[in-house]
Design a protein around this ligand. Structure first.
Ligand SMILES: Nc1ncnc2c1ncn2[C@@H]1O[C@H](COP(=O)(O)OP(=O)(O)OP(=O)(O)O)[C@@H](O)[C@H]1O
Ligand SMILES: NC(=O)c1ccc[n+]([C@@H]2O[C@H](COP(=O)(O)O)[C@@H](O)[C@H]2O)c1
Length: 299
């Protein structure tokens, strides 16, 4: 009979071969890769918009099931016609400036370059298709800087890139609780769009003060059905910075420094953005149903 003796030498050899890089590589193979997509006006982008990404990544990675590889900011186009919405070129440039130092959050101009307003489900679908086309051709889904860092950790583990080829990356919509609660406003979202976003992709929702996403999910049959695909992230350090507040402060000549990245504050000053006049933009536009919401209700 063959007997195996586990000697101290064998133990030491095994220990020395399990390097941190190997462990990271093995973990990378078992975790679901996630790309987070945030859609909104970003009029202008604030520190809280950026915090949403960091909070969501920490939350998802903390579950041990996910590895967040990329964040995408997608701003609505000018056709959204929301009151006070300034030109997409400025909103995009401010978003780009604010993510300059991030190695994983990016800005995408596809949505804002469309001539018509697009329902969010269509935007998510577009990015999902882009993601899977990239994976099919074995391109990096991650940003260049992030991919390089991660690859250094993973490459020592044979099989990690094979895992990537299998197209395992998920796309999830990232939003604040006000957007989740707006799902309950009659005629604002098509029911099939909500079903597609929640059922096919998934949602990460950051709490905002005054919102109760758990209660909202409980009270809505639709949301309850997809509750396992809704990741609620509780933000304990509540901060009510909103783009509306920032625009109001700017109109009144008040400082907005530390509410927005410095580069965005400088850009606003340089271009003289957000005046009493710009706030009146689209004020006389007859709003479509999707633009009428100011308060929330449950479905
Ligand atoms: N303080 C915040 N906490 C959590 N989520 C936020 C916060 N501010 C914005 N968001 C989320 O960021 C996304 C983009 O927001 P968007 O720019 O469309 O609206 P907003 O920041 O509320 O601006 P506005 O005040 O002009 O309506 C949305 O999902 C929104 O819920
Ligand atoms: N039916 C829809 O798909 C629908 C409705 C309302 C808002 N949205 C989106 O939600 C985001 C936030 O919109 P607001 O800035 O109006 O809060 C935007 O990206 C907008 O396009 C989508």
């Amino acid at each position: 009979m063959l007997s195996i003796t586990y000697t101290q030498d064998a133990h030491d050899a095994l220990q020395s071969s399990v390097t941190p890089a190997l462990v990271l590589g093995m973990e990378a193979q078992t975790k679901t890769r996630v790309v987070l997509l945030a859609c909104g006006s970003f009029n202008p982008i604030t520190n809280l918009h950026l915090r949403m990404f960091e909070l969501a990544r920490d939350h998802l990675e903390d579950t041990g099931q996910y590895r967040v590889v990329k964040g995408i900011i997608s701003a609505v186009g000018d056709a959204y016609k929301k009151k006070g919405l300034i030109e997409a070129c400025h909103r995009l440039e401010m978003a780009r400036l604010s993510t300059e130092n991030s190695d994983w959050i990016t800005v995408d101009s596809w949505e804002s370059s469309q001539p018509e307003w697009l329902e969010t489900a269509k935007v998510v679908r577009h990015h999902y298709e882009e993601l899977h086309t990239a994976e099919q051709y074995n391109d990096d889904v991650d940003t260049v800087k992030y991919a390089k860092k991660r690859r250094m950790q993973e490459d020592s583990f044979e099989g990690a890139s094979e895992h990537k080829r299998r197209g395992n990356t998920h796309l999830m919509l990232l939003c604040g609780a006000d957007v989740l609660e707006s799902f309950g406003i009659p005629n604002l979202w098509k029911q099939e769009d909500i079903a597609e976003i929640l059922g096919r992709y998934g949602l990460v929702c950051i709490t905002r003060s005054g919102s109760d996403p758990y209660k909202f999910i409980h009270q809505s049959d639709m949301l309850w059905k997809y509750r396992k695909n809704i990741h609620v992230v509780h933000e304990w350090v509540t901060n009510e910075i909103s783009a509306t507040h920032v625009r109001r402060a700017l109109r009144r000549g008040r400082s907005v420094r530390y509410l927005l990245p410095d580069s965005v504050v400088d850009y606003i000053q340089e271009h003289g953005l957000y005046t009493a006049e710009s706030e009146q933009k689209n004020a006389d536009v007859v709003l479509a149903p999707f633009q009428r919401y100011t308060s929330t209700s449950s479905s």
